[in-house]
Design a protein around this ligand. Structure first.
Ligand SMILES: Nc1nc2c(c(=O)[nH]1)N[C@H]1C(S)=C(S)[C@@H](COP(=O)(O)OP(=O)(O)OC[C@H]3O[C@@H](n4cnc5c(N)ncnc54)[C@H](O)[C@@H]3O)O[C@H]1N2
Ligand code: MOO
Length: 425
C-alpha cells in the first residue's frame, strides 16, 4: 500500500509518466515496492558470516578482557628484586622466587613483574634449584614493578559495551567478538533471495545457436542482489511449462529448498499462453501488488506476495529490461526488508534533447561526460552493450527533456562513484 504521498513531479501525467490501466507509474512502483515490506527481524549468524552486517543489539563483554593476567614477553615471572630461585612454572611465587613463563602465559599469584629472557641469566644453583639473576647488559631498573604483565580487564570490564547496536561490522569487530568469547552475533535481518531463471531457449555455456540465448542472469544476478542489500541464495533453472513454474514457486516444493524472503524470477512476465508468472503466482494464492509499470524497457515487470509472506519479483526475460525492473522494484523491496531507506532519485543536467514519449518513463543508461548525463547507444531491451559502458540510468519523463535540463537519475550499483560528482545533490 502506498503510505506516503508522491512528490507532485512524480505523479501520473507529470514527470512520472501517465500509467495505462492497471499499470503503475515508475515512481509509484518504486514507492509501492518499498512500502509493501517491513524490516526483517534480527537473526543470529556465525562470526565468519558477519562482515558487513549490522549489529542488532549492543555487544557486551561477558567477562573481563583480557580475562586473566598474562606475560607480554618470554622470560621469567618474578617476586622481589632478585636474584631469584627458580620454581616450577605456574605455581604461586614467594619472595625471591621466579618461574619460567612464555608470552601469553598465565601470571601466577605472587608475581610482581616479568624479566625478559634477554635481561636475565641463570647462574649456579641454590638448594639444588637454578638461580636467576639480572643480566649485566639489562637496561637499568629492569624489572620494574608490573613490567611486561598484561593485567586482566585492561581492555574491558565485564558488562562494558564493546560494540554498540547499529554498527556495520568489519573484520576487526569480528575479531573482537571472537576474543570476547562469542560464537554468533545478533544482526539485523537481511533478505534471502532465491532466483528462478526460466526459458527453454536459455543455455548456460558456449555459443548459442539460432533460437537459443545465453543466460544473461545466472553469471551476475547474485552479485547484483548482494549489491542491493540481499543475501543471494540458490538459483534454479526451469523451462517454459506451467507445471515447472508451479513446482518451483510452491513453498513446499523441493527445488527451492528452504525458506527465502524473496524469489526473483526472470522471463514469463508477458501475457501470452507461454508466460506463467501471473497464472502461477495466482494459483499459489498470491496477490499481485504491481502488475506492469509505465516504463520502457521493463513494462511487464510484476511483484506478487504469496500467502506465506514471500515476495516474488517478476523480471522480464529481456536482459536490459530485467535489470531496469530489478532497480525499479527489486532494489526498494530489498531496502525495505533490509532496514535501508528508499534511495533518493537525484537530478543531473541532461546532455541532449529527448523527445516526448506516449505514456512511459524511459529508463536510459547514460554516461557522465563533461558535467552532463549523456545517453549511451545500444540500449534495446535485449542489449547489454549500452549498460556495460554506463554510469547511471536516467528516468526520462514522458514529456521528454531539454538540453541541460535536470533529469531524474540513479547510479548503477556498481558505479557508486557517480554520487561523488560535483552536480550530485
Ligand atoms: N505481444 C506482445 N509481446 C511482447 C510484449 C507485449 O507487450 N506484447 N512485450 C515485450 C516486452 S516489452 C518484453 S520485456 C517481453 C517480456 O517477456 P517475458 O518476460 O515474458 O520473457 P520471455 O518471453 O521469456 O523472454 C523475452 C526475451 O528475453 C530472452 N531471455 C529470456 N531469459 C533470458 C535469459 N536468462 N538470458 C538472456 N535472455 C533471456 C528471451 O529469449 C526472449 O528473447 O515480452 C515482449 N513481447
Ligand atoms: O518492457 Mo520490454 O522490456 O521493453 O523489452
Amino acid at each position: 500500500m502506498v503510505t506516503q504521498a508522491l512528490p507532485i513531479a512524480d505523479r501520473p501525467g507529470k514527470d512520472g509518466g501517465r500509467a495505462a490501466d492497471g499499470e503503475h507509474t515508475w515512481a509509484e512502483a518504486r514507492r509501492l515496492a518499498f512500502d509493501c515490506a517491513r524490516p526483517l527481524g534480527p537473526e543470529r549468524i556465525p562470526l565468519r558470516e558477519a562482515n558487513g552486517r549490522t549489529l542488532a543489539a549492543d555487544l557486551v563483554a561477558l567477562q573481563e578482557m583480557p580475562h586473566y593476567a598474562s606475560s607480554a614477553m618470554d622470560g621469567w615471572t618474578v617476586n622481589g628484586a632478585g636474584p631469584w630461585v627458580l620454581t616450577e612454572p605456574g605455581k604461586p611465587l614467594g619472595s625471591g622466587q621466579a618461574s619460567p613463563v612464555v608470552t601469553g602465559g598465565v601470571i601466577p599469584p605472587g608475581s610482581q613483574a616479568v624479566l625478559r629472557v634477554e635481561s636475565g641469566q641463570l647462574a649456579g644453583k641454590a638448594g639444588g634449584q637454578p638461580v636467576l639473576m639480572v643480566a649485566e647488559g639489562a637496561p637499568p631498573g629492569e624489572p620494574r614493578s608490573g613490567q611486561h604483565i598484561r593485567k586482566s580487564g585492561e581492555e574491558a570490564a565485564a558488562g562494558e559495551v564493546l560494540i554498540p547496536a547499529g554498527t556495520a561490522l568489519n573484520p576487526a569487530h569480528i575479531a573482537l567478538a571472537a576474543i570476547a568469547g562469542f560464537d554468533q552475533l545478533e544482526v539485523r535481518g537481511k533478505p534471502l533471495v532465491k532466483m528462478l531463471v526460466t526459458g527453454s531457449e536459455v543455455v548456460t555455456a558456449s555459443l548459442p545457436a539460432p533460437g537459443e540465448v545465453r543466460d544473461a542472469f545466472g553469471p551476475q544476478i547474485s552479485t547484483v542482489i548482494q549489491m542491493l542489500g540481499g543475501v543471494p541464495g540458490s538459483l534454479i533453472r526451469i523451462g517454459d511449462s506451467y507445471e515447472e513454474w508451479l513446482t518451483a514457486l510452491g513453498a513446499l516444493e523441493a527445488p527451492m529448498g528452504q525458506w527465502s524472503d524473496v524469489i526473483v524470477t526472470t522471463g514469463g512476465t508477458g501475457r501470452s499462453g507461454a508466460d506463467h508468472f501471473r497464472t502461477a503466482t495466482a494459483a499459489l494464492g498470491g496477490r499481485l501488488l504491481i502488475d506492469g509499470i509505465a516504463m520502457r524497457p521493463g513494462h511487464p515487470a510484476a511483484l506478487a506476495k504469496l500467502p506465506n509472506g514471500r515476495f516474488v519479483v517478476g523480471l522480464p526475460g529481456n536482459p536490459l529490461a530485467a535489470l531496469m525492473a530489478l532497480f525499479t522494484i527489486g532494489a526498494p523491496l530489498l531496502a525495505a526488508l533490509g532496514h535501508q531507506p528508499l534511495a533518493d532519485i537525484c537530478r543531473l543536467p541532461c546532455g541532449t534533447v529527448i523527445d516526448s514519449h506516449a505514456a512511459s518513463t524511459r529508463l536510459m543508461p547514460f554516461r557522465w561526460i563533461n558535467g552532463l548525463a549523456t545517453p549511451v547507444r545500444y540500449t534495446g531491451p535485449g542489449m547489454m552493450r549500452g549498460l556495460a559502458s554506463a554510469d547511471g540510468v536516467m528516468a526520462v519523463p514522458s514529456r521528454g527533456v531539454q538540453l541541460g535540463e535536470p533529469v531524474p537519475v540513479f547510479a548503477l550499483p556498481w558505479r557508486p562513484e557517480l554520487h561523488n560528482t560535483p552536480a550530485w545533490p
